[in-house]
Design a protein around this ligand. Sequence first.
Ligand code: BG6
Length: 522
Amino acid sequence: MSEALSTRFQQRGFECAESRPEPCGIVIFGPLGDLTRRKLLPSLFHLLRRGLMPDDWFILGCLTRGEPLTDEAFREQVRLTLAADAARAPAGLLDDFVRRCFFQGGGAADPAFYRSLGARLDALGGPSGMGARRLFYLAVPPTLYEPIVTGLGKAGLGRLPKGHPGWNRVIIEKPFGRDLASAKALSQAVGDALDEEQVYRIDHYLGKETVQNILVLRFANTIFEPLWNRRYIDHVQITVAEALGVEHRGGYYEEAGCLRDMFQNHMVQMLTLVAMEPPARFEAGQYRDEKIKLLRSIRPFPDDPTALGGHVVRGQYTAGTAGGVEVPGYRAEPRVSADSSVETYAAMRVSIDNWRWKGVPFYLRSGKRLPRRISEIAITFRDVPHSMFSTFNDGAMPPNVLVLNVQPEEGISLTVEAKQPGPKTCMGSLTMRLDYRSVFGVEVPEAYERLLLDCMNGDQTLFVRTDALEAAWELLTPVLAAWEDTGNGPSRAPLRQYPAGSWGPAEADDLLRDDGRCWRTP
Ligand code: BG6
């Protein structure tokens, strides 16, 4: 199957809308951090390798804490970070990349730092004008978002006067706030310094190829859309399972937990893409308008913490076995409190109150230390209304299931019923798979490549608008509040335990069992 598809793909060719950005400067706050090393520098390097960086560009690493580095010392760090990628790239590419890297030190709350930053950008600008087009990437702890954005604004590096030939764009990482109130407060501070068109709230799941493909699959084909509603779909399951524990991120995770870390952003965004209506055109405004309409159709969870347990389950992993190795429980992880009540797993039933989805449950689950790393969206169709094959299996036939595999094996599969070849009528389930890697014959690019490129090109489509961000917090803040509210007695929304290496707490199964369904084993 994949050979035939791949041949057709090559014959037809593809419309491709990728364009190269104008010359610009990329200012990275947090240039030595994990995100910069693992994602940002490699993604920028891959863009250079694919010929998608501007003609002229530079990276200015801005450290707001600790000892500043010289340009040379920073370049050495970049060189080390990219060594493995450079080994697969043409000779000289790493040298070209590294010579464009510079460093500026200073304090996040120090106005003098932002003045010197402005002067440095002007000095780096050169004749191409790249110093007047600046992408600021906040790869720093969330407590620094507000001081940095405010500092930029006050130094004239935020909102620009009308007619200014350049641009300032700011990419802000998650988590954007801890709950609805703090997200609104941060939005206010951001809004004081920047217009919405300058703010790029990143959710890297939106840059994943398979997540982008959800809309293409739904709206560039006629065969799915007529079935994509309550008449034909029984329910939807969205799973993001991780095999790893919290690793070295215990400090961050203690503040976040699974709901803030995965649901407020990635899970809700994927749900939105599966369920939203089609915009008339694929452009940022219309697309984001449709997303917010969908988010506003989600039914709020019950206020009562006891009733909440019938809709949302939280869990925390205990010691267990992962990949054949004994691993500690969450409370024994580095920088995690020994009596932590932070959830490492959550599962929920989401209801959407609109014409398309009324009565179709969306089950979402995500957790750390589950049996394997897999993200998928599984759409289970309704049973056939009447089976003429009632002499087989009492007429009971498994439903069709369409699975969008987000990772690690990006692709699509569809399970259908079929007759087994032979003189007797024997039926069984058959799964057709389309694997993107073998069809397209390329490595699936890193989500950050696409998102960095879009930001340089001024395309906000795959970034989260403030109203959508707040709608996601509006949905989840009452859950967080119920979990935190233990009153004088034990919490009425208990934290369930599950051994590392299992599929989560048994109570998560009850969510579906109560509806006569069960979780898929991916
Ligand atoms: C991040 C979370 O946003 O997404 C991490 O902070 C999580 O805790 C990660 O591990 C998962 O991303 P991916 O791309 O590996 O699925």
